[in-house]
Design a protein around this ligand. Structure first.
Ligand SMILES: Nc1ncnc2c1ncn2[C@@H]1O[C@H](COP(=O)(O)OP(=O)(O)OP(=O)(O)O)[C@@H](O)[C@H]1O
Length: 612
């Protein structure tokens, strides 16, 4: 984390507002440390000869009812005022983070209760809540710190919840989940470090508000009690003499406003810098271990009549296919055809409100939909690995590559830290990452895109997965690196693992796979050996849209007219009919079933022969 934080705080301090507030905060820090040491005694010293004096050269802000110098008291009060505000902010932050993450860790019903309670508390003005809590906790310093801290917790909780929800959709979290990483560890290692930055920036802004709230409570007499004093108490005392010596009230008031503003402005400047830079998320996926139970027969993954739905849409409908041990199967189709959802459902990674139904969804002979989450984590974590599409989001950006690879071996194989790290080095070497001993200590942003993708595959191979699901693993890579990654995936098969490769690029699939599943509008429209001649007009159009050496360059490249249908409005008959040159009346009313037309060749078309 430090590698990005340092840079961002420094960048914030370079903006004009950030620089002024940073200087002011440094000054306050110095005062908080040194003022009580230098002037603590003098500020406490009563002088009966100098009671209630107006400002003079001896006492720049005058004296109070015991003849003590008001300026010295304002300076000395810096320590207590600022440290109590920071303590209250820390309490609010910690309580807020715990409450914000609780819904993700607790059982669903308890989680909902926490969320509802937080939502109600957020709707309540924080200062009123602080007053209410201060009365409950009792008058005094401890009560005030707790009251202000807990009153700030709901807004931190809401922020944490929102940030965690946005991060939990990232590939590296999904990958960690597939690897069987438990919820608590997922929160502390993968989610919290990636939301810490905005949280801390908000806490900086919140410290200003706490300072103000503290001054308010002390001013009202329910905060700091005599003989201790903070700016709020000094303000209250000064107010009694506002007409004779206004400076006695103005000075502590100005200190509260100025320092509160400095906290706010510095936090805002840091937030602006953070907002300008998109976080460098990257990341990859893990895989599993040994001890795979042999599947029934040769079938590794059996999917029958799979349906994935979200409220109002069913983007995957009636999908059936099988992946056998050592086989490489490709899924191809245009964007939105349901390729990724099919793969995510196979890896049990569809989150509510998404729903998965299937007549059969078996991995290694185990019914995925009927297995308890803990057992499923173990089964998938040790036998399935996922390589995701976006090399920018596949690794957790806040952790060193080696640690991320090693976690798989530690969680699933009970390997010691040292053993796991040496396996990580070995796996990086296996995927041709040069100088792996040094590279394991680097962060994801220090790897190039291609190297990161290879490291991701290396992570997938930390154990011996029986199935590697790769979702568009080469999309973001240049052609040379693409070829290397595809070669790596082919090599995985030599070690006995099966590969399910998802791509919108049919040539990528042809290079790597032996069998091809063509998806259109959430269904498989053709399932064929790569070497076979396609029979579905859609598959033929996809192939025709790819130029090869024999393509006549004088003719425009073939394209498929029209657009795929929207998942919320699939047509009644064949979904491809509106774009198909061979469509007839029946095609738009009756959906063609996926029928075996030749050995290992299924087609969903009313006129496949005509198409061949
Ligand atoms: N959480 C969701 N809620 C609602 N609809 C969703 C959700 N996730 C995906 N979809 C829809 O499901 C359809 C299929 O999505 P999927 O990601 O499987 O497509 P894809 O074929 O992998 O496309 P791409 O190549 O662009 O990744 C899309 O239309 C998408 O909008």
């Amino acid at each position: 984390m430090a590698f990005t934080w340092g840079g961002k705080w420094a960048a914030a301090a370079r903006t004009p507002v950030g620089a002024c507030s940073a200087v002011l905060l440094l000054l306050v820090a110095a005062l908080a440390v040194f003022a009580p040491i230098l002037w603590g005694e003098a500020a406490e010293f009563p002088d009966t000869k100098a009671i209630m004096q107006d400002p003079s050269s001896a006492h720049l802000l005058g004296t109070d009812s015991l003849g003590r110098d008001i300026l010295l008291r304002v300076l000395v009060a810096t320590r207590l005022s600022v440290s109590l505000a920071l303590a209250a902010t820390a309490i609010g932050l910690v309580a807020g983070v715990v409450l914000g993450l609780a819904p993700s860790v607790l059982p669903r019903r308890a989680g909902r209760l926490v969320t509802a309670a937080v939502n109600i508390a957020v709707a309540f003005p924080a200062l009123l809540l602080a007053l209410f809590l201060a009365v409950i906790f009792g008058v005094g310093m401890t009560g005030a710190v707790l009251a202000i801290g807990l009153a700030g917790a709901p807004s931190f909780a809401r922020l944490t919840h929102t940030l965690a929800a946005s991060v939990s959709g990232r590939d590296y979290v999904a990958a960690a989940r597939v690897a069987g990483v438990g919820r608590i560890r997922l929160m502390t290692r993968h989610i919290l470090p990636n939301i810490a930055e905005p949280l801390i920036i908000n806490a900086t802004i919140g410290a200003g508000a706490s300072l103000l709230a503290f001054a308010g409570l002390s001013f009202l007499g329910i905060g700091i009690q005599a003989p201790a004093y903070d700016w709020g108490r000094l303000l209250g005392e000064g107010l009694d003499r506002i007409y004779t010596n206004p400076l006695a009230a103005l000075a502590p008031g100005a200190a509260v406003v100025l320092i509160g503003l400095a906290f706010n402005l510095f936090g805002e400047a840091a937030a602006a810098v953070l907002g300008l830079r998109t976080p460098r998320t990257r990341f990859a996926a893990p895989g599993g271990a040994t001890h795979a139970t042999p599947a029934e027969g040769d079938d590794l993954l059996v999917v029958e009549d799979l349906e994935v739905s979200f409220p109002g849409v069913t983007p995957v409908r009636g999908v059936s296919f099988t992946v056998r041990s050592g086989e490489a199967v490709g899924i191809v189709g245009e964007s939105g055809s349901g390729k990724s959802l099919t793969a995510l459902a196979a890896a049990a990674l569809i989150e509510p409100p998404g729903r998965v139904r299937a007549a059969r969804l078996d991995f290694l002979g185990t019914a995925v939909l009927a297995t308890r989450p803990a057992d499923l984590r173990k089964l998938l974590g040790t036998n399935l690995s996922m390589v995701f599409q976006d090399p920018m989001t596949s690794f957790n950006p806040t952790r060193r590559i080696g640690r991320q690879l090693a976690e798989v071996a530690e969680v699933h194989q009970g390997a010691s830290r040292r053993e796991a790290m040496s396996r990580a080095v070995d796996r990086l070497r296996a995927v041709h990452v040069t100088d792996p001993e040094r590279r394991v200590h680097q962060y994801p942003h220090e790897f190039s895109g291609g190297m990161r993708q290879r490291a991701m595959i290396g992570m997938g191979l930390m154990a011996q997965p029986r199935l590697v699901i790769a979702d568009e693993p080469t999309t973001a890579l240049d052609v040379r690196v693409q070829r290397e990654v595809l070669r790596l995936l082919s090599r995985i098969r030599e070690d006995g693992a099966a590969v399910l490769l998802i791509s919108h690029d049919i040539t990528v699939i042809k290079q790597t796979c032996s069998r091809l599943l063509v998806m259109y509008a959430g269904q498989i429209v053709e399932d064929l050996p790569v070497a076979a001649r396609p029979r579905h007009p859609y598959t033929r159009s996809l192939l025709a849209a790819v130029p090869d050496l024999e393509t006549d360059r004088d003719l425009p490249l073939a394209t498929i007219p029209g657009r795929p249908p929207d998942p919320s409005d699939f047509p009644a008959g064949c979904a491809f009919a509106p774009r198909c040159a061979l469509a007839e009346d029946r095609c738009s009313t009756d959906a063609p079933p996926l029928t075996t037309r030749a050995p290992s060749h299924r087609v969903a078309c009313w006129h496949p022969e005509a198409a061949s």
